[in-house]
Design a protein around this ligand. Sequence first.
Ligand SMILES: NC(=O)c1ccc[n+]([C@@H]2O[C@H](COP(=O)([O-])OP(=O)(O)OC[C@H]3O[C@@H](n4cnc5c(N)ncnc54)[C@H](OP(=O)(O)O)[C@@H]3O)[C@@H](O)[C@H]2O)c1
Length: 247
Amino acid sequence: MKLVIIGGTGLIGSKVVSRLREQGHEAVAAAPNTGVNTLTGAGLADALHGASVVVDVSNSPSFEEKAVMDFFTTSTRNLLTHAAAAGVKHYVALSVVGTEALTESPYMRAKNAQEALIKAGGIPYTIVHATQFFEFVARIADEATVGTTVRLPPVLIQPMAADDVAGAVASAAVGAPVNGTVDVAGPQQFRFDDLIRQGLVARNDARQVIADPHARYFGAELGERSLVPAGDARFGEIRFKDWLARS
Ligand SMILES: NC(=O)c1ccc[n+]([C@@H]2O[C@H](COP(=O)([O-])OP(=O)(O)OC[C@H]3O[C@@H](n4cnc5c(N)ncnc54)[C@H](OP(=O)(O)O)[C@@H]3O)[C@@H](O)[C@H]2O)c1
């Protein structure tokens, strides 16, 4: 089976490509540096020729409000058009747990717009909602830093390793379309401020993390359960402490 992985050179994409190839599938990594650009459409028709499945794990280079909205809407429209023309049978995309409620965040609004296009796009689909990646802890800390202080709300978070995210995406890609959303999360819950504190300490980063209930996460104020799956979810196996020890 031929699967095209849009963003197949990225953190999650490269792991998805490896897993699918290990399973004997033809997995094509599509990204600007392999000649495929979903914003311009360049290379899409060739890459998708003969593909059964498209997996979109691309990400916007900029999280600025207009840029991120343009990225996810333009790239998704182009991808849906070319996928339909190529006769693709299953459209898989990676998004974020809780996206639909976090509308104060420009990034989450763009992910919601991406999801709405996929749902209305006419191709059978599966949207995988993952929690925050362990690999994203440093970026979260940077975003929440003023001076030497990191402010985050002490709400629940259930982060996961990129390896577990890739496993969930690869398994969705070879499965039947669910025409809905599948939630995946890590094996343990943390308090958000405590998770980031542990991550910084492990990197000998001296920034102080302060629990501030009104601190925003990429523009959104969070509720106690905004970042954890609301209903059924599948769980990864890799624990944060083990991942830290390995990284
Ligand atoms: N970070 C988190 O905690 C989290 C949680 C849940 C879900 N997610 C979702 O996970 C997804 C993947 O994230 P990631 O961290 O793996 O991303 P990443 O490492 O930044 O990789 C992004 C990929 O997208 C490609 N790309 C960028 N512009 C493109 C374009 N115009 N056309 C085609 N490909 C393009 C990049 O290619 P180049 O390298 O060639 O530019 C790269 O392969 C995102 O959609 C994100 O919303 C993230």
